[in-house]
Design a protein around this ligand. Structure first.
Ligand code: XUL
Ligand code: CO
Length: 441
C-alpha cells in the first residue's frame, strides 16, 4: 500500500528548477564547511504535525478539521499502524534521515497504562522493523504529559502525586522505547510545567519535584543502559500562562542549580524563542555559550498572530542567523533539525506535506550555504575582533581579560586619563545589515 502514490523520491535539481517536488538548495551529499549537508542538518520529520494533525487539533481553537488523510480509520490502533507505515514512506521519499515523536502521537492510550504500553509495544515493533528496512533513525522521542486532563496542573510539577507517578510511568516506558529504537536523544517539553496562579502554588516544591523527576530519568537511563542525550525544550508560555523552562537562560540556571547540567542539553525551537521575546539566534547563542546546545525544533511564528503557529521556516534572514550560530557553536552533535512545523489549515492537500518540508529544508540549506560564505570571509568575525580591540590590544583591556584588574587598578587608570575622551567607534549597523542581505541574496 502506498500513501503517497503520486510522489516519487524527491531529488536535488538545483537553483532554478521549476519542479515543485525537487530540492533547489538541499543537496545531501554536497560538502559545506568540510561536512555533507546531510550531516550538518540531520533533518527530522515531526510525527505529530505530519501524521497526527488534521487542521483542528492544537491548530485552531475555533475550527473543525480541514484535512482528511489516507491513514485515518475508525479503529484507533489500526490508524496508528497505518500512520507508522505512512511515516516511513514519507521519510524515504523525502530523503530525511530522522523522525521524532511523542508516545501519544504513535499509539492510542486505551483505557489503562497496561493497554497503552501494549499498544506502544506493537507500534514500536513496526518502527523497529521499518527503521531496519530503511536505515531511518529516531532523533528523539518524548512523552505527551500535557494533553490528558490528569495533567491539567502539570506532570512533574503537578500538585497531585498520583499524576506525578503517572508521568513517571510514561517516561519510564519512553526510555525503554528510546533504548529499543536507539533514539539519539530523549526530550522533555513541559507544556503544563508552570503555574496559572502563583499564590496557590508551592513554587519551591514544584521546582524540587521537577529536578527529582529528571534525576529519576537519568538514573533509570543508566540502569537500562540508555546512552542517548537528554534534552529540555524551553518555552515561556502556551498552554500554561507561566512555564518554568521559560527560555535558554532560565533553563540553564535550573539545570545548574540542581547539578543536572552534566546530563541535559537544550532543544531550542524558533517559535518558542519569539514567544519569550528573543530571537532564535539569541537562544542558540545562550545555550552554546554554556556548552548546552543540543538540538533544534525548526519553525517560525507569525508576527501578527503572536501564538505558537509552528509554520515551516521560510524566512531566509532569520534562518541564516540561526544556522550561523549553530555552525559557530560547532554543530549539533547528536542533535538535529526537527521540523516542529505544520502545514497551514488551508493547505489541505496530502502532498502539501512534501512541499512544506521541501520549503523548510531548502531554506535551511540556503542558510547553510550563506553561513559558509560568512565564515570563509570572516564577515562577522572581523567586525567582532574590531569591536573588542581595546580588550585585546591595550594594557587595561588585557588586565580585565587575564583577571588581574581590580576596581582600584581600573579606577587609577581611568583617573589618570584625565579629560581624555573615550573614543566611541560606530557599529555601522545599517551597513552590517545591508551586507548581510548581499550575502543572502
Ligand atoms: C510544543 C512543542 C512540542 C515539543 C515536544 O510547543 O514544541 O511539540 O517539541 O513536546
Ligand atoms: Co518543539
Amino acid at each position: 500500500m502506498s500513501y503517497f502514490p503520486d510522489v516519487a523520491k524527491i531529488k536535488y535539481e538545483g537553483k532554478g528548477s521549476k519542479n515543485p517536488f525537487a530540492f533547489k538548495h538541499y543537496n545531501p551529499e554536497e560538502i559545506v564547511l568540510g561536512k555533507t549537508m546531510e550531516d550538518h542538518m540531520r533533518f527530522a520529520v515531526a510525527y505529530w504535525h505530519t501524521f497526527a494533525s488534521d487542521g483542528a487539533k492544537g491548530q485552531d481553537p475555533f475550527g473543525m478539521k480541514t484535512m482528511t488523510r489516507p491513514w485515518e480509520s475508525t479503529d484507533p490502533l489500526e490508524e496508528a499502524r497505518q500512520k507508522a507505515y505512512a511515516n516511513f514512506e514519507f521519510l524515504e521519499k523525502l530523503g530525511v534521515p530522522f523522525f521524532a515523536f511523542h508516545d501519544l502521537d504513535v499509539a492510542p492510550e486505551g483505557t489503562s497504562l497496561e493497554e497503552y504500553h501494549a499498544n506502544l509495544d506493537e507500534i514500536t515493533d513496526i518502527f523497529k522493523a521499518e527503521m531496519e528496512r530503511t536505515g531511518i533513525k529516531l532523533l528523539w522521542n518524548t512523552s505527551n504529559a500535557f494533553s490528558h486532563p490528569r495533567f491539567v496542573n502539570g506532570a512533574a510539577t503537578s500538585p497531585n502525586a498520583e499524576t506525578y507517578a503517572h508521568a513517571a510511568a510514561q517516561v519510564k516506558k519512553g526510555l525503554d522505547i528510546a533504548k529499543k529504537l536507539g533514539a539519539e536523544n530523549y526530550v522533555f517539553w513541559g507544556g503544563r510545567e508552570g503555574y496559572e496562579y502563583l499564590q496557590i502554588t508551592d513554587y519551591k516544591l514544584e521546582q524540587d519535584n521537577q529536578a527529582k523527576f529528571y534525576w529519576m530519568a537519568v538514573n533509570y537511563a543508566k540502569e537500562i543502559g540508555y546512552t542517548g542525550q537528554f534534552l529540555i525544550e524551553p518555552k515561556p508560555k502556551e498552554p500554561t500562562k507561566h512555564q518554568y523552562d521559560f527560555d535558554s537562560a532560565t533553563t540553564i540556571a535550573f539545570l545548574k542549580s540542581y547539578g543536572l547540567d552534566e546530563h541535559f542539553k537544550l532543544n531550542l525551537e524558533a517559535n518558542h524563542a519569539t514567544l519569550a521575546m528573543h530571537t532564535f539566534d539569541h537562544e542558540i547563542r545562550v545555550a552554546a555559550a554554556a556548552g548546552l546546545l543540543g538540538s533544534i525544533d525548526a519553525n517560525q511564528g507569525d508576527l501578527l498572530l503572536g501564538w505558537d503557529t509552528d509554520e515551516f521556516p521560510t524566512d531566509l534572514a532569520a534562518s541564516t542567523l540561526a544556522v550561523y550560530e549553530i555552525v559557530k557553536a560547532g554543530g549539533l552533535g547528536s542533535g538535529g533539525v526537527n521540523f516542529d512545523s505544520k502545514v497551514r489549515r488551508s493547505s489541505t492537500d496530502l502532498n502539501d506535506l512534501f512541499l512544506a518540508h521541501i520549503a523548510g529544508m531548502d531554506t535551511w540549506a540556503r542558510a547553510l550555504k550563506t553561513t559558509e560564505r560568512l565564515i570563509n570571509d570572516k564577515f562577522f568575525d572581523n567586525i567582532v575582533t574590531e569591536r573588542y580591540d581595546t580588550f585585546y590590544n591595550t594594557e587595561v583591556g588585557k588586565s580585565v581579560l587575564d583577571g588581574t584588574a581590580t576596581l582600584a587598578s581600573l579606577s587609577e587608570y581611568a583617573i589618570a586619563k584625565k579629560d581624555e575622551q573615550i573614543k566611541v567607534i560606530s557599529d555601522r549597523l545599517e551597513y552590517v545589515k545591508a551586507q548581510l542581505n548581499e550575502y543572502i541574496f
